[in-house]
Design a binder for this molecule. Structure first.
Ligand code: NAD
Length: 431
């Protein structure tokens, strides 16, 4: 399969397709890590290809009676360690290469945190902001109906991602359940609590980011109370990470959104910012903050930068200007492979996406376990188990980095590939 394809439509202008194509970005890191591991050539070939790719064209009757057709995907990269696991994204920039990359990142992420899942991801090309709630429901249900033979608690378990939420998971769960004539709540995670969701799931990815920031500043001997943080993307991941970091004594000095950033060198009151955004539907105009152009904050003075929006934000265009000592990748694929090299030369401590944002899938795993046992845990228990897994995974990645003298991203890929390859070798190739 070619890894040189279309540029990412979401990427900043002026970058070449090889730098911004997420599937090519994934492949570059995979190949480097596989070489360092002396990975068996045959196993490398298996892992360089997604196991299964489904494209569906989804007819939807719009509110005005017109029929529209949307294109959606579900890619299952690997099931070597367990059922596929990964979110569903609704966005106009969704492409097959993006979904492929996100599916493979899920394989590596589940392996880094050592939970018994493979990797999968889905997406629909649409702008959910211009669809009515009824249109969104019809789109979701018809997409799910197309996926019914491919998903399930023991096959592939979707979850929320960009522009999808608990309500959309509830529709997926209901549609799947109607087809099976019984309630199957373990078919998706990130559901509302009343339908078998888990305590702590909504905050889990941000909480995981906060845990690995704690471990990173310990390693770098930095003082929490003197640590300035900038967050890009104030959605599920970014807002929860910002809130938890601020609560624990970090100073969040900037938040960047698609329509611009806001900055206050003395720290932003994140709880008040959440209320401001709720009321005004934007972070702009937050009292006491200075407005900045989109992406300007990425290169502003801070100690920790948390890109938590989308792919290709730290690139060969701006990596050399990054001032942060730590980059904690809340988003998937926010840094291009070219930018990785620049950050490494500058000595920036990157906590790679497949570790930094793995808190979400970890609590999704807890949700799936709770659904299957029909017994639900208290939030404190969920958070304590998450803390254990994130701490252990951080240390496991650091061990690979120290032992093989590679950067943190390649170390995380090596750890993950080692675990997935061992599962493939033990299972053998079915003929
Ligand atoms: P979300 O839709 O809740 O939030 C994304 C936020 O980023 C939105 O507020 C959006 O306005 C903002 N944004 C979009 N493009 C931007 C840009 N160019 N500049 C600045 N801001 C921009 O999505 P989310 O669930 O928080 O996911 C964010 C990232 O984290 C994605 O890469 C996703 O794949 C990854 N992720 C999410 C989870 C999860 O549990 N939700 C888990 C792991 C990884």
């Amino acid at each position: 399969m070619s890894v040189i394809a279309e540029p990412s439509p979401a990427a900043p202008a002026g970058l070449d397709a090889n730098e911004t194509n997420p599937w090519a970005a994934q492949a570059a890191r995979f190949q480097t890590a596989a070489r360092k591991l002396n990975l068996d050539e045959g196993v490398a070939k298996v892992l360089a290809h997604p196991a299964r790719e489904l494209t569906v064209h989804i007819p939807v009757t719009m509110d005005d009676g017109r029929i529209e057709v949307f294109t959606g995907y579900r890619v299952q990269h690997s099931e070597a360690r367990g059922p596929g696991k990964g979110g569903i994204r609704y966005d106009s920039n969704v492409s097959l290469d993006e979904v492929r990359a996100l599916a493979s990142w899920m394989t590596w992420k589940c392996a880094v945190v050592n939970i018994p899942f493979g990797g999968a991801k889905g997406g629909i090309i649409c702008d959910p902001h211009i669809l009515s709630k009824n249109e969104l429901e019809r789109l979701t249900r018809r997409y799910t109906a197309e996926l019914v033979p491919f998903i399930g608690p023991e096959r592939d378990v979707p979850a929320p991602d960009v522009n999808t939420n608990e309500q959309i998971m509830a529709w997926i769960m209901d549609t799947y359940s109607m087809h099976h004539r019984k309630t199957v709540n373990a078919v998706v995670t990130g559901k509302p609590l009343t339908l078998g969701g888990s305590q702590g799931r909504r905050q889990a990815t941000g909480r995981g980011c906060k845990i690995v920031c704690d471990r990173a500043i310990e390693r770098l001997k930095m003082n929490k109370n003197q640590t300035r943080v900038i967050v890009q993307g104030f959605g599920n991941v970014g807002s929860n990470a910002a809130e938890l970091l601020a609560e624990d004594g970090y100073t969040v000095v900037g938040v960047d959104e698609y329509d611009g950033g806001i900055h206050n060198p003395n720290g932003l009151d994140i709880k008040a910012l959440l209320q401001h955004r709720e009321k005004n539907r934007t972070i702009q105009g937050f009292p006491g903050s200075k407005p900045l152009k989109p992406r300007e904050l990425l290169t502003a003075a801070c100690d920790i930068l948390v890109p938590a929006a989308t792919e290709n934000q730290i690139t060969s265009q701006n990596a050399h200007k990054i001032q942060a000592k730590i980059v904690c990748e809340g988003a998937n694929g926010p840094t291009t492979a070219k930018a990785d090299d620049i950050l490494q030369e500058k000595g920036v401590f990157v906590i790679p996406d497949i570790l930094a944002n793995a808190g979400g899938v970890t609590v999704s795993y807890f949700e799936w376990v709770q659904d299957r046992q029909g017994y639900f845990w208290k939030e404190a228990e969920v958070n304590a188990r998450l803390q254990d897994i994130m701490d252990e995974s951080f240390h496991a990645v650091m061990e690979y980095a120290d032992k093989h003298q590679v950067n943190n991203r390649i170390a995380a890929y090596m750890l993950a590939i080692d675990r997935v390859a061992s599962a493939i070798q033990l299972r053998g190739i079915y003929a």
